[in-house]
Design a protein around this ligand. Structure first.
Ligand SMILES: *[C@@H]1O[C@H](CO)[C@@H](O)[C@H](O)[C@H]1NC(C)=O
Ligand SMILES: *[C@@H]1O[C@H](CO)[C@@H](O)[C@H](O)[C@H]1NC(C)=O
Length: 407
């Protein structure tokens, strides 16, 4: 009788012990085994920024435009057009440093890269180069978008691959091309190029326009190179892209009329838009520019084909300013038929420039109108540039648009 009791107690202890061992395996050991398993098939999830893009509670939205970073392989890619005394300690890393400094100094809400992000012929692996060149903006956690220039595809990726890759990078809101419908499954394939899309920026939280777009950003692929009538020239924005652009603009202005009816505001103007692409349009070269702010140092290296971009933008009516790159030693804003065309100015150290003249970046600031109590639509668009010198000198500040001059 006594021994039977002992067996029962022993069995009980065994059961407890086995349960405990199973528990330990479950909680301490198996997660590690599982993780080890996962590590062999790394799953990386894209980090998403907070969307939609939105004005801050102080009624501003600030964009940093970065043109022509021309990134190659990093530390081994030497700087071009710097002083002889600067050459020995200058590489792509200086471009990285400048981007970090600009983000720290200006604390933008959004960063727009207007092409030639990498310099294909100096980048032995396009993916590696893209990961390096966009690292500072990704580390900042800011939403960002890019279009392609004429040099990005000269490495190991096609333009289509580049835009897909860029759109999948952390915090990127770039798109390969617009969606065909409401699903993420299909993208339109009737639009030339890669990287045509638009982004809406909403009003301040808690304001009457919190659920409405008050600023629109268009991104366009201006192509790379082409041969026209046997002569080499640069790419241009095609009719299919302009058709898409006009369609989006019309749709946005339609939405806004609905909004007007809702709020009964008859004095309302169409929310302003900005456009971003790489290659300047022929009118910038041909002129006459009605006004120029900033440096005009070289002929605009535009396409020989005029596809009617200016005409389209003028007829749409919502685009107030266009931001371009391509010509590194031009950093001016020029006024053409009611629209400002602004160069970002060469940013990257491996792109050509002028020795002794700092690399630079452009900032665009939108300010909302203060209603009786709350923030309303955009009142003013301003811009300035900063040099990559010791103090990040601020230059050429100007107003690009003011609602009062358009009412
Ligand atoms: C490039 O960066 C190095 C190291 O940070 C610095 O010493 C050098 O002055 C920079 N060169 C230029 C041209 O900015
Ligand atoms: C915006 O949408 C949110 C959520 O649907 C709602 O709570 C809020 O009242 C809306 N604001 C305006 C101004 O329509």
């Amino acid at each position: 009788m006594k021994s039977q009791q002992l067996i029962w107690i022993q069995s009980f202890v065994y059961v407890i012990l086995i349960s405990f061992c199973l528990y330990l395996i479950q909680t301490l050991i198996s997660p590690k085994l599982l993780l080890a398993h996962l590590n062999n098939n790394i799953i990386l999830r894209k980090k998403q920024p907070t969307l939609p893009l939105r004005f801050r509670s102080d009624g501003t939205f600030k964009i940093l435009q970065v043109a022509d970073m021309h990134y190659g392989n990093g530390i081994t890619t030497r700087c071009r057009d710097v002083l002889a005394t600067e050459f020995d300690y200058c590489s792509d890393l200086n471009t990285t440093r400048f981007l970090k400094r600009m983000i720290e100094a200006e604390k933008p809400d959004f960063v727009a890269f207007t092409g030639d992000n990498i310099f294909g012929t100096s980048a032995s692996d396009a993916a590696e180069s893209l990961l390096e060149v966009f690292r500072p903006v990704i580390e900042s956690g800011l939403p960002w978008a890019a279009v392609l220039g004429n040099h990005d595809q000269e490495s190991t990726m096609t333009r289509e691959e580049l835009m897909s890759f860029i759109s999948l990078m952390d915090y990127s809101v770039s798109q390969p091309n617009p969606l065909a419908g409401d699903t993420r499954e299909h993208r339109r394939n009737d639009i030339d190029g890669f990287g045509n899309y638009n982004l809406q920026v909403f009003g301040t939280f808690g304001s009457p326009l919190a659920n409405s777009s008050v600023l629109n950003l268009y991104f366009l692929d201006s192509g790379d190179r082409a041969i026209v009538d046997g002569i080499r020239t640069y790419g241009w924005i095609k009719e299919s892209q302009l058709v898409w652009l006009r369609g989006v603009s019309k749709q946005l202005q339609g939405q806004n009329q609905d909004c007007d009816q809702l709020f009964g505001t008859s004095s309302h103007v169409v929310p302003p838009s900005l456009a971003f692409f790489h290659i300047p349009i022929p009118e910038i070269r041909a002129g006459p520019l009605e006004s120029i702010v900033g440096e005009y140092q070289e002929y605009a290296a535009c396409s020989s084909v005029n596809s009617g971009v200016l005409q389209t933008l003028v007829s749409m009516g919502d685009v107030k300013a266009v931001f371009i790159g391509h010509d590194h030693t031009n950093d001016f804003c020029g006024y053409l038929k009611g629209i400002w065309f602004c160069y970002g100015g060469g940013f990257g150290y491996h792109g050509y420039g002028r020795a002794g003249k700092p690399r630079r970046a452009r900032v665009v600031l939108m300010e909302l109108e203060k209603g009786d109590k709350e923030w309303m639509g955009v009142e003013r668009i301003k811009t300035w540039k900063r040099y990559d010198d010791e103090k990040l000198s601020k230059v050429d500040e100007q107003v690009l648009w003011d609602i009062r001059s358009s009412r």
